[in-house]
Design a protein around this ligand. Structure first.
Ligand SMILES: Cc1cc2nc3c(=O)[nH]c(=O)nc-3n(C[C@H](O)[C@H](O)[C@H](O)COP(=O)(O)OP(=O)(O)OC[C@H]3O[C@@H](n4cnc5c(N)ncnc54)[C@H](O)[C@@H]3O)c2cc1C
Length: 316
C-alpha cells in the first residue's frame, strides 16, 4: 500500500483538513505515506507536523496561485512514479476540485467526503450531511477525499518526514486554469471554517444593518461572523459567510445562532459545533432541538445585552 496525499497550504502552513486527510491516509494498511504540496518555492514550514514518511514539494511558478488542474497533473505524475494504491485529499472545496481533476485524468471513480475507510469500502457523507453512505470502490487506485473534521489530526512521528522537491511536467491547458484575483472574506481576519467561536445571524437579523450587534459580539469574542442562506439570498452578507449545506461547514467550540430557524440545510453546516447557543424569538423554532443553550427573545435586545455583560465583566 502506498498512499499519496494532496495537502493544501495557507501562507506556508498546511491546513487543518489536510492534516486530517494525511491522518486518515496513514491508517490505510500500514504502507508508505507520501504527502505532496504544490508551491512556487521549494520551502515547507510545517513538514515536522505531518504523519507522513516523505513530503514532496511540487515546485512550479504556476503554483503561486491556486491552479487545480495543474496541481492534479503534479499529483498524478507523483502517484504514477510511486505506484500509489491510493490518492487522498482534504474534502474542502479546493481539495475536492483537485481530486476530481485527478479522477478525470486517471479515468477512475472518486469517493468524496469520506469519514472512514475499511476493507476496500468507504463510509462517506452524502446529501449535505443528512446521511452516511457505505460504498465499495471498484478501482485499481482508491481516490478519496476526507470530510473535514470527521477525523482528528494526529501529530507527526518523532522523526520529521524527509522532504523532496520535483518539477512537474504541466500541460498548457492546465496552466490556463488558475486563480488570478483573490477577494478576502469579510470575517474580520478570523476564518469561518477554522474559527473556535462563530456568531451567526439569520433572517431574524432583519437587514444588513441588523448585523451590527452580531458583528460587535463577534469582535468581543474574537469570533467569525456567519449567516444563513436567507441572509445571503437577501444580499445582506456575502456567500463566503454562509454556513450550511451549500455554504461553509464549521466545527467551532461554540456556535451562537441568532435569528436562525435551524433548517436541515443550515444544520448540515454547523452540526460539527461542540455547543450551540440559539437566540430566537420563537420557542418552537427547530434549532432548539439541536441547541445546548437557548435564549428566547428578540436578538436586537439579547445580543447587545450579552455584549454589555461581557464588557462589564472584563472591566470589573
Ligand atoms: C438545496 C438547498 C440548499 C440550502 N443550503 C443552505 C445553506 O447552506 N445554509 C442555510 O442556512 N440554508 C440553506 N438553505 C435554505 C434553508 O432551507 C432555509 O431556508 C434557511 O436556512 C432559512 O434561513 P433562516 O433560518 O435565517 O430564516 P428563517 O427560516 O426565516 O428563520 C428566521 C428565524 O428567525 C427568528 N426570528 C425572527 N425575528 C427574530 C428576532 N428579532 N430575534 C430573534 N429571532 C428572530 C424566527 O423565529 C425564525 O426562527 C438551502 C435550501 C435548499 C433547498
Amino acid at each position: 500500500m502506498t498512499a499519496v496525499v494532496y495537502l493544501e497550504q495557507t501562507d506556508g502552513a498546511v491546513d487543518e483538513p489536510s492534516l486530517q486527510a494525511v491522518t486518515l491516509a496513514s491508517s490505510l494498511g500500514g504502507g508508505a505515506v507520501h504527502a505532496v504540496v504544490a508551491a512556487d518555492t521549494p520551502s515547507l514550514a510545517a513538514a515536522e507536523r505531518l504523519p507522513a514518511d516523505t513530503v514532496h514539494v511540487a515546485v512550479h511558478e504556476a503554483f503561486g496561485s491556486h491552479a487545480p488542474l495543474a496541481i492534479a497533473e503534479a499529483v498524478v505524475e507523483l502517484a504514477g512514479r510511486l505506484g500509489a494504491t491510493s490518492v487522498v485529499g482534504p474534502g474542502t472545496e479546493r481539495g475536492n476540485e483537485v481530486l476530481a481533476h485527478v479522477a478525470a485524468l486517471l479515468d477512475l471513480p472518486l469517493a468524496a467526503n469520506c469519514v472512514s475507510v475499511a476493507d476496500g469500502g468507504v463510509t462517506r457523507v452524502r446529501w449535505g450531511g443528512s446521511l452516511l453512505e457505505e460504498a465499495r470502490v471498484d478501482a485499481p487506485t482508491l481516490l478519496l477525499t476526507v470530510q473535514p473534521h470527521a477525523v482528528a489530526a494526529a501529530p507527526g512521528a518523532s522523526d520529521a518526514p524527509s522532504v523532496e522537491t520535483f518539477t512537474p511536467t504541466l500541460s498548457d491547458a492546465a496552466l490556463a486554469l488558475r486563480v488570478v484575483e483573490r477577494v478576502d472574506a469579510s470575517t474580520g481576519g478570523v476564518s469561518l471554517a477554522d474559527a473556535r467561536v462563530v456568531v451567526s445571524g439569520g433572517r431574524g437579523a432583519g437587514s444588513e444593518e441588523g448585523f451590527a450587534p452580531i458583528e460587535e459580539l463577534a469582535e468581543l469574542l474574537e469570533a467569525a461572523v456567519g449567516c444563513s442562506r436567507a441572509v445571503t439570498m437577501a444580499g445582506w452578507r456575502p456567500h463566503t459567510d454562509q454556513v450550511g449545506q451549500t455554504g461553509t461547514k464549521i466545527a467551532p467550540d461554540i456556535y451562537i445562532a441568532c435569528g436562525i430557524s435551524g433548517a436541515t440545510q443550515h444544520m448540515a453546516g454547523c452540526k460539527g459545533a461542540k455547543r450551540i447557543l440559539a437566540i430566537n424569538a420563537d420557542r418552537e423554532a427547530p434549532i432548539l432541538q439541536s441547541a445546548d443553550y437557548a435564549v428566547i427573545g428578540d436578538l436586537h435586545e439579547v445580543v447587545p445585552a450579552i455584549s454589555a455583560a461581557i464588557r462589564a465583566a472584563r472591566s470589573g
